[in-house]
Design a protein around this ligand. Sequence first.
Ligand code: URA
Length: 213
Amino acid sequence: MYKLADELVELGIERIKGFPVEGFVRGRGPEHPAIMLVGEAPGENELETGIPFTGRAGKELMASLKSVGLEREDVYITSAVRSRPYKWGKKKERDGRITERKYNRAPKKQEIIAHAPLLDAEIKDVAPPIIVTLGNIGLRRLIGPEAKVTQLHGVLMETPILRWDEGSKQFVETEEIYHVFPTFHPASVFYNPPVRTLKDEDWQKLGELLRMK
Ligand code: URA
């Protein structure tokens, strides 16, 4: 099992202080995973379990993994941000009362920058044979802000990726070339059901690529 160094966890907690986020969930997986999955950020469920992708989206993701003969234990799962970004919203209780509660939200650019050194370290240490980005947040973190999952999904890219350069305070391209396979975030099928077919086709293509290796 790969374990992100405690100093990096502390750095991540320190760098994200002051943003509306809570908790910290480490990325998880073996030292030599079949693939590395890069999502957005943990949500409420993941904060409770301390394990990435354990909510509804996680169930969907596990089904995709199973469809290509993989299990959670075979892959490394992480995301652009490792704390849960939240926003306050109103909830109508059964008795009609309105209460305030925290809802999950996508991470913002400054939050992604705050945790960029963590993902950079994970990618460098784990050196996965293929990085599978789940949704636009993970894809743009690695390929750049113009990238679109709807255009790039389902095709293996051989490309430099972006890493955070603290000196110049910007993302710069790596010298190394990586294999990046963009696909949809598993939760996208809940709010956009037609995406399911595309997502399932992507996973079949990924399965073929893994069999060819
Ligand atoms: N979405 C993510 O990107 N990561 C999780 O762990 C859960 C949901």
